[in-house]
Ligand binder design. Structure first.
Ligand SMILES: C[S@@+](CC[C@H](N)C(=O)[O-])C[C@H]1O[C@@H](n2cnc3c(N)ncnc32)[C@H](O)[C@@H]1O
Length: 205
């Protein structure tokens, strides 16, 4: 019962509990997002997208690398959107951040809009992951880079909420989906050892 509730909140935080989950997500996922961003190769002048920004730690990590960037975020949780819009509105980077409600399956951006895309701890929840990855490929500029952060199957097996509606993937599964979606230049990094991995992929030039 509790595990099911937690799973639903992780998939799409909502209401007051969802706000609390936003804070909890930040506590547990900050390190993983920092490491993911280290693989993004963020450069001055880049426009970046965080898909499923949740409590916003991925966006924070991007600005830790450079202040001279523009960042968009999409998330299909209204609770995460309003919480992060409030948090970021008063911050020094407000003019460089644009957050909106959106689903990875139909990204509200024109083709070739972004230099880099980040998505951490989100792919487990996408009903059609290849469709989402195709959308990400479409909005990346040719040569642009995606970094996907994903807990391993073994890690998710040990986590009771993940038994409720999480799709579990290993490195090979994600690589096959990235190929299907049109990416190339695939690499994988596993700084977390057993716990998680990062899949790095590029839109072909
Ligand atoms: C477990 S949280 C991870 C948040 C953040 N990326 C992190 O690493 O802390 C998953 C987030 O992805 C969002 N999400 C899940 N499926 C989505 C989809 N199809 N489109 C957009 N956002 C989605 C959820 O609303 C939630 O905020």
């Amino acid at each position: 019962m509790i595990a099911q509730f937690v799973a639903a909140q992780l998939r799409r935080p909502s209401g007051r509990m969802g706000q609390l989950f936003g804070h909890l997500l930040n506590r547990s996922n900050r390190g993983m997002n920092r490491r993911a961003v280290a693989h993004l190769d963020v450069r001055s002048g880049h426009r970046l997208l965080d898909v499923g920004f949740g409590g916003g730690v991925g966006i924070d990590a991007m600005f830790d690398v450079s202040d001279d960037i523009k960042v968009d975020g999409i998330d299909f949780s209204e609770t995460m959107l309003s919480q992060q819009q409030q948090r970021m509105a008063d911050g020094p980077r407000a003019a460089s951040i644009s957050l909106q409600l959106g689903d990875v399956a139909a990204l509200p951006f024109e083709e070739a809009s972004f230099d880099r895309v980040l998505s951490v701890n989100t792919i487990y929840f996408w009903p059609e992951p290849v469709l989402g990855l195709r959308e990400i490929c479409r909005v990346l500029k040719p040569g642009g880079r995606l970094v996907l952060g994903c807990a391993t199957k073994q890690q998710l097996e040990k986590f009771p909420p993940a038994q409720h509606g999480f799709s579990r993937y290993d490195v090979g599964d994600v690589a096959a989906m990235l190929n299907d979606a049109g990416f190339d230049g695939l690499e994988c990094a596993t700084p977390g050892g057993e716990a998680f991995f990062f899949s790095i992929a590029h839109r072909p030039d």
